[in-house]
Design a protein around this ligand. Structure first.
Ligand code: EPZ
Length: 432
């Protein structure tokens, strides 16, 4: 098993390059199943989740040519002949549940394992299932699998309101609706950049969508979709993570360049809060230039669906607040129990207390390096950020969580000035 060993105190000088978006690449891969020809995707990040999802897709008989180091993938679902997504793979990566919409749309049937929960608690899929029913699918639950079918072999289409709005359910229902017989309307649809970019790919394949980027997504089913070459967008959460890293560990007054990210994908709530900390943000044509202030100001935030403050940056924001001279609070409204990183940060001396679905943070305390345990993707990266500004050495264990969503993180940070290395260890023998 691997850990990351971080020695705090080195300033982050940059530059840092942002990879392709994990949460956009996964729906783009799903959309490739809707056509029977080769679909070439570029700017696909080399991440564990991408490799896992590739294996899920190959179970269907779809041919996948993956060049991870070149960030390219070509999928050809012309050979797709098995409408199944097995538990052993779906349990590893929740977004595998997109196979339900893709297979129902393409084949008129699907047998997909329920994804189960994750580190911070239940992750329901009731909206996905009710949405498929609204399109005319019959759904049975059989030994932990969702068994879905279109009675006439093809979905009719229909209208469904998402409450709450859901990224995954919007994507899943749109996958199924694109090849339905009639029209469909998704009310209260998610409008995250991941969803918008995915809808643009469907449109490039010949799907008939109106209202992309609005809360009412209208889809007129078509008989078939065409193969397309499509480029993935950059990862907005990786960008936000690096902006916070620069603010807490950069040299005051010395700009850090973050290359390849799209600031508009972060939403105004994050950018406004980030600027209110006193950190400089310049949006240039190919990079975002972050200038750390002499003193960081505390800014309380509440996570919301897009364009609100992203829940995927909640843990990272807590570290930023811990470096401020003053108190603040972070309110998690999307996933109320997404606080598995707090006990680990408390062990490092971060003064953060969970009160219901809020974390109260007293900034300005010194942070001590120690051994800390990763629990989920975004919690893990917040521990690395803490290690970068801690006194001494921090061992972030079980970084397989981190490898799901950050490509070559230690290489990127090391090249940008951080003292960090990946070390293999035996969890039961290693005293550290
Ligand atoms: C996506 O998850 C992202 N994952 C998550 O990122 C992200 O945190 C989340 O959106 C919110 O932005 C991917 O894109 C692969 P939701 P998703 O459905 O689609 C409730 C990361 O770190 N809900 O938008 O699963 C749900 O409980 C991951 O990269 C239902 O009630 O999120 C939550 O409160 C973590 N029933 C809210 O909706 C459902 O059927 C939003 O969840 C589905 C969701």
């Amino acid at each position: 098993m691997d850990k990351l060993v971080v020695r705090g105190g080195n300033p982050l000088t940059g530059p840092l390059t942002v990879s392709g978006s994990k949460n956009t690449a996964l729906p783009l891969m799903s959309a490739a199943l809707l056509t029977d020809g080769p679909v070439s995707l570029t700017n696909i990040p080399d991440l564990k989740d991408i490799h896992t999802f590739r294996r899920v897709i190959e179970v269907t008989g779809t041919e996948v040519e993956h060049l991870p180091h070149e960030h390219r993938m070509t999928l050809n679902a012309g050979t797709l002949d098995r409408a199944e997504a097995p538990y052993e793979l779906v349990k590893r990566m929740r977004a595998s549940f997109y196979m339900l919409g893709a297979l129902l749309g393409r084949m008129g049937k699907a047998r997909v394992s329920l994804p189960g929960g994750c580190a911070w608690g239940p992750r329901p899929v009731d909206l996905h299932i009710e949405g498929m029913k609204a399109l005319g699918a019959t759904i049975d639950l059989d030994q932990g699998y969702v068994v879905a079918s279109a009675p006439s072999g093809r979905l009719d289409g229909g209208r469904f309101t998402l409450e709450p709005s859901s990224v995954g359910a919007t994507i899943n229902i749109a996958l199924a609706a694109s090849l339905a017989r009639g029209g469909s309307v998704i009310e209260n649809a998610a409008i995250e950049p991941d969803v918008v970019h995915f809808c643009e790919m469907l449109q490039a394949m010949g799907a008939k969508l109106d209202g992309i980027g609005t809360r009412t997504l209208e889809i007129q089913g078509v008989d078939s979709l065409s193969p397309v070459d499509f480029q993935n967008c950059p990862d907005r959460i990786e960008l936000g993570t690096y902006m916070i890293a620069a603010a807490i560990s950069g040299i005051p007054g010395k700009p850090v360049d973050l290359i390849g990210g799209r600031a508009d994908h972060l939403g105004d709530a994050f950018l406004d809060a980030f600027r209110r900390t006193g950190t400089g943000v310049e949006i240039l044509h190919d990079r975002i230039r972050v200038t750390p202030p002499e003193e960081l100001r505390p800014v309380s935030v509440r996570t919301e669906i897009y364009p609100g403050f992203p829940t995927d940056l909640q843990a990272q924001w807590t570290i930023l607040m811990a470096r401020c001279a003053g108190n603040s609070k972070v309110h998690e409204s999307v996933y109320p129990d997404r606080f598995k990183h707090i006990p680990e940060l408390q062990r490092m001396g971060v003064n953060a207390i969970i009160v219901g679905d809020e974390v109260m943070i007293e900034g300005g305390k010194s942070i001590q390096g120690t051994n800390v345990m990763s629990t989920d993707l975004r919690a893990s990266v917040s521990l690395v950020l803490a290690g970068m500004v801690a006194e001494g050495e921090t061992h972030v264990l079980r970084v397989y969580h981190l490898d799901r969503g950050y490509e070559r993180l230690e290489e990127k940070l090391s090249a940008a000035g951080v003292d960090i290395e990946r070390v293999r260890y035996d969890e039961w023998a290693d005293p550290n």
